[in-house]
Ligand binder design. Structure first.
Ligand code: PDD
Length: 280
């Protein structure tokens, strides 16, 4: 694989980042994941807008404009002949040479790394058959709206879900679902209302979430933007998750309780198809 590191395209085994990089020592960095379908990027401008927002919230310099970032994405897709999968981008605060809590001076160059990863997005099993969810307490920090590389707790939650026989985790706080460990959570109530949580510091403003909200409007679905409990989700007509890497993926069970008949829902499938069609 060819990867990008600070201006250079290099073979992955030749890529180098300092051991003093603040991304490595302090998780002082942000990231984005953009999907690629038929060799083309999906929702690119939305992802770059959020990258700027995340970097801005952390006073992290981003000395590349959208056009430069688009060129790097496209060049990696080309060099790796990527048809289907994702491009991962990580921006960290770099390093001033020592381990130090305070940010280094503004003249310290940030570290920008990008790589591609192939993945079957359309034909993958989970997107079509659905996934089983286990709930976990939301023990992340309080600024989940910033897409930082501090992903230890989401990794722990996914491992706990796996140990419980599930495919992924939903995180729960104060009796309501915040979001999935790496996706936004949705339900379709028995009355046919589509529900997803409102934006706040508690969840990541998903790019796929925003597109699916537009699609729902175009399909004349009734939508409520509010929190829901695990019990409401277990009793819903349909449940699903959204993210760049999973598009719209049905949820068929939550904590071993089947959602409806335990098969992917109709509206979920409709939204998945519409999202894929719009992305092509
Ligand atoms: N995860 N919520 C969380 C906590 C996420 O990590 C993600 C994305 C989302 C969905 O956002 P979007 O639709 O913009 O991908 C919501 C990425 C895909 C990941 O970490 O792999």
């Amino acid at each position: 694989r060819t990867v990008y590191v600070n201006g250079d395209y290099v073979a992955e085994q030749d890529a180098k980042v300092s051991v003093f990089d603040r991304g490595f020592l302090l998780a002082d960095g942000v990231y984005e994941v953009s999907s690629v379908l038929d060799g083309k990027l999906i929702d690119f401008s939305g992802h770059m807008q959020r990258l700027k927002r995340s970097a801005g919230a952390l006073e992290l310099a981003l000395p590349w404009d959208d056009e430069a970032l688009l060129t790097i994405h496209r060049e990696l897709i080309r060099r790796n002949a990527l048809e289907e999968g994702m491009v991962y981008l990580q921006l960290t605060r770099g390093s001033a040479g020592d381990r130090e809590f305070h940010y280094p001076g503004a003249d310290t160059p940030p570290t920008l790394v990008l790589f591609t990863q192939a993945k079957a997005l359309i034909a993958g099993r989970s997107g079509n058959d659905g996934i089983r969810i286990a709930t976990q307490p939301d023990w992340r920090w309080a600024r989940r709206d910033i897409k930082t590389v501090q992903l230890l707790y989401p990794a722990m939650a996914k491992m706990a879900a796996k140990a419980a026989g599930a495919d992924d985790a939903w995180l729960v706080e104060n009796g309501v679902v915040t979001e999935g460990a790496s996706n936004n959570a949705w339900i379709l109530t028995q009355d046919g209302v589509l529900v997803t949580r409102e934006l706040s510091h508690a969840i990541l403003p998903g790019i796929t979430r925003a597109v699916v909200l537009e699609l729902a409007e175009a399909l004349s679905l009734r939508v409520e933007v509010r929190a829901f409990s695990v019990e409401e989700a277990q009793n819903a007509r349909e449940c699903f998750v959204t993210s760049a890497s999973s598009f719209v993926t049905p949820v068929v069970a939550i904590d071993d309780i089947a959602v409806a008949d335990g098969r992917p829902g109709q509206v979920t499938r409709q939204l998945r198809d519409a999202y894929i069609e719009e992305s092509r």
